[in-house]
Design a protein around this ligand. Structure first.
Ligand code: TEU
Length: 554
């Protein structure tokens, strides 16, 4: 089947179903809730949805722990609801990309339950089970540490054997060395593709192949052993195998979440001739405000670091692969209030500035639910307001290791993942129109003025700005294929870049500070037409706080 590469013209909206919209009144979002908002999405102008997991799951990690790959988590709805949603999306010209979580299953998956209850189970070798060390194997097989601030090994009952889990205990890693596991994954992919879904966002896909020595590594502060499980030795082989046996037969797309991977890794994954993945999510730009990729270790934001990360990927992938563009997702805190911006006085102005700045880069843009409303971080008062398993593990670690306390004091509340997972604010009613019942996670008080109902009516809202920018992007060849030129790589206040295709240019000039600044570069583009901006009044040589201007010469 010919791949039309439709994703190159897509604007993708990520739905985190638990927090999107609740229609059955249990305080948890659901598929009927999504269906009820499809006209809203259509109106916004997006033409593809990435749906975070809706599969049957005990929800230890909100669905990233799957107990049955072929069924829907009951509180979200049924398979019938799912096919109806898919149908309604397609009717509106919206494609659907599912989340594919196959580095691990849930510990409630039948495979795992069988694997640990019976040594002779045919599913035993579906997982990574090793003998422990020490007397009676009471110590874990090695010192690897995982993503959720806990050991990566869990002992199987009182036995001398342990299973590997790079994430929570309830997320045992699959053993991809076993060809049966790979065949199972292919069957799962076909099941959903045959139903009509259009592609997959492949969760932590760069972790599926592990070095088989399983030896301890030199101890490190975070992710000890990562050389053994990031970009493992058989990753390319596994991905190409999936491509050849499955993706090649459907006009689908894949985007891989590639934690801790370099630009060269990415090139090796997305170069079309290799037939592995279509795009990857890299995190260089979201790591600019932390140390060593650990978000809890906050580092002051510097615009030049952001530009450096963007430059690296915009230029590095040019002609070799396709970029994905995002500044928010369900694991990141909200963008407004981040990257040097302000989520109070200049909230609307700065959210528009951020969107113009990332949306017109080369690649496929993603919008995370609520980002189009300029939604802010949660207004949590204490850890008791937070649900996320990762945050709770980190909190516990902080309690046991006082040395971490000063670091965590600020970041535990401001960087935890629930900041992006508060219920979408549809209106100003008690539970923000998300639900009739008390939601599973606290609604932000600012729903009284940040909500979709108000935003749709207000021509100056972030929402209406997004609509314009999506419209401007549509079919624009300069945005799709033009070169990227960073005009002020060393400037820490103004982000200015050109997209250029033959003699056509799109120029974006954004002030990343809360000050009115003189900006010489504006002179060079005096004759260009302003197509988008977040202020009505403009000065020739000055940019207002968080001002952005998008200019064209054609
Ligand atoms: O995330 C993978 C990942 O490594 C990080 O983004 C991580 O979740 C966290 O932010 C570390 O601080 C993916 C999913 O996006 C995430 O929601 C899941 O929890 C995780 O995989 C496990 O499936």
């Amino acid at each position: 089947m010919e791949h039309t590469n439709w994703y190159k013209d897509a604007v993708i909206y990520q739905i985190y179903p638990r927090s999107f919209c609740d229609r059955n009144g249990d305080g948890v979002g659901d598929i009927p809730g999504i269906i009820s908002k499809l006209d809203y999405l259509k109106d916004l102008g997006v033409n593809c949805v990435w749906l975070s997991p809706v599969y049957d799951s005990p929800q230890e990690d909100n669905g990233y722990d799957i107990a049955n790959y072929r069924d829907i988590y009951k509180p979200f709805g049924t398979l019938k609801d799912f096919t109806m949603m898919l149908d309604e999306m397609h009717k509106r010209g919206i494609r659907l990309v599912m989340d594919l979580v196959v580095n691990h299953t849930s510990s409630e998956h039948e495979w795992f339950k069988s694997a640990i209850s019976d040594k002779n189970s045919p599913y035993r070798d579906y997982y990574i089970i090793r003998k422990g060390k020490g007397k009676n194997g009471k110590k874990p097989p090695n010192n690897w540490s995982g993503f959720f601030a806990e050991s990566t090994w869990e002992r199987i009952g009182e036995s001398d054997e342990w299973y590997l889990h790079l994430f929570a205990k309830g997320q045992p890693d699959l053993n991809w060395e076993n060809p049966k596991v790979r065949e199972e994954v292919k069957d799962i992919l076909r099941y959903w593709l045959d139903m009509g879904v259009d592609g997959f966002r492949c969760d932590v896909i760069t972790l599926i192949s592990k070095k088989q020595d399983f030896k301890s590594r030199f101890p490190t502060l975070a992710l000890c052993g990562k050389d053994a499980f990031v970009m493992g030795p058989r990753l390319h082989e596994y991905l190409h195998d999936l491509y050849k046996d499955v993706y090649a037969n459907y006009d689908c797309m894949t985007v891989g979440e590639t934690v801790l991977s370099s630009l060269d890794d990415a090139i090796s994954l997305v170069s079309p001739e290799r037939e592995e993945l279509d795009m990857v999510f890299n995190f260089d730009h979201t790591d600019v405000d932390n140390h060593m990729g650990v978000k809890w270790l906050y580092r002051k934001f510097k615009l030049t670091n952001l530009k450096k990360a963007v430059r690296k990927w915009q230029i590095g992938l040019k002609g070799k692969g396709w970029n994905s563009l995002f500044i928010e997702n369900h694991d990141q805190r909200r963008s407004v209030g981040r990257f040097g911006t302000d989520d109070k006085e200049f909230r609307v102005i700065s959210s528009k500035m951020l969107s113009a700045t990332y949306f017109l880069l080369q690649g496929t843009p993603f919008i995370y639910q609520g980002q189009e409303l300029g939604m802010t971080n949660g207004d949590f008062e204490s850890i008791d307001d937070v649900v996320d398993v990762e945050a709770h593990n980190v909190y516990k670690l902080g309690q046991s290791l006082p040395i971490l306390k000063p670091f965590l004091k600020k970041t535990l509340m401001s960087c935890n993942r629930d900041n992006a997972r508060t219920p979408v604010q549809w209106d100003d009613s008690r539970y923000a129109g998300f639900s009739e019942a008390k939601p599973w996670l606290k609604v932000n008080k600012n729903k009284s003025f940040i909500n979709a109902e108000a935003a749709i009516k207000d021509p100056d809202s972030t929402y209406n700005f997004f609509k314009k920018i999506i419209e401007f992007r549509k079919g624009n060849d300069v945005i799709k294929n033009g070169d990227y030129i960073d005009l002020l790589p060393r400037n820490n206040s103004v982000y200015a870049y050109v997209r250029k295709l033959a003699d056509k240019e799109v120029v974006v000039i954004s002030n990343f500070t809360n000050k009115r600044l003189s900006c010489k570069i504006l002179k060079d583009y005096k004759k260009y037409n302003i197509v988008l901006t977040n202020y009505v009044e403009k000065e020739d040589d000055y940019l207002k706080p968080y001002e952005t201007r998008v200019l064209i010469n054609y």
